[in-house]
Design a protein around this ligand. Sequence first.
Ligand code: HEC
Ligand code: HEC
Length: 306
Amino acid sequence: MSDFFSVFWKFWITTLTLGGIAFCLVLLINMSKRPSDSGHAAGEQTGEPMGHVWDEDLQELNNPLPTWWLRLFYISIIFGLGYLVLYPGLGSYAGYLNWTSRGAYVQEKQSADLEIKPIFDRFAQMDITEIAKDPEARLIGQRLFINHCAQCHGSDGGGQRGYPNLKDNDWLWGGEPASIEQTIREGRQAQMPAWGTVYGEEGVKQLAHYVLSLSRPVNGDDAALAAKGAPLFATTCAACHGAEGKGNPVMGAPNLTDHIWLYGGAEKEVMETIRHGRHGVMPAHKDRLSSAHIRVLAGYVYGFSH
Ligand code: HEC
Ligand code: HEC
């Protein structure tokens, strides 16, 4: 154990601990002396009056503490010393049992893993679509989801701005069981470039109106703007979002023809997206979760919309 900055602290802690116990011991020995020990007549059981008198004849005497009670203190001192021999408590002495909190954690985790192994072994044999229907898997999946995913996707998977809704069966990166599993395992990094400097404010506005026209009817000035945006979209945006704007799961490019918006579907929000770009990051979980856990989660997420 090298958690101390300097040798001084080892001695400091050892001295305080043992000194404290020694002090208690001396105090106890003193307190357990009977009055007869200090020269009183043998057989006399009462102590000296302390000078406090109540109700005319009720006196306080300095009688010793009851023996049974003192023995409890002696026992705790012996227990304490035994504890310090077996467990780390004195400076850097590791204790006879070599116990460490880290070791205890590893041991506990190993036995817990052993206990849950058969359960996860069963899931390993199952298809993700079956896991999605399995009540036990869903219960475990729910816990895992709350612990690892809910802070971004919401405890019910409903998502929020910038964090996709996982329940609507509309997918950026594909909703096949294997795609979902890969999303969780490897993570995803969306790259929507910024076009503000390329097209200027006017171009951005035209593009935004063209994008909006894909999912709602437009007329008047808006239709004229959208018409100007159409050729820009065809040359620049179609490469990722597709000629019809239906999106491309290989790049995580969203479908722009539906009413589902990751970053908002108001004119201002769509312009903001086009002007500055967006870079949504879904973190990889392969280093945090075992592949069995990831499968259970993939099944749980798949089950949201199936
Ligand atoms: C730090 C926030 C964060 C955490 C934690 C997180 N995600 Fe995500 N997740 C995102 C973001 C952001 C995206 C969208 C990435 C993008 O813009 O393409 C995403 C995307 C996804 C997708 C793809 C959705 C689609 O439409 O294709 C799935 C599935 C998913 N997450 C599941 C999970 C699961 C399961 C967990 C828990 C193990 C999790 N996420 C944890 C932020 C997070
Ligand atoms: C290199 C590929 C690529 C190109 C080119 C591209 N996009 Fe995107 N776009 C994406 C990706 C990926 C996302 C998702 C960003 C995220 O999840 O963080 C996105 C998101 C969007 C969104 C947000 C959708 C929502 O649900 O909020 C809009 C709007 C959009 N793009 C419009 C455009 C327009 C207009 C152009 C052309 C000027 C364009 N994109 C060019 C890849 C691209």
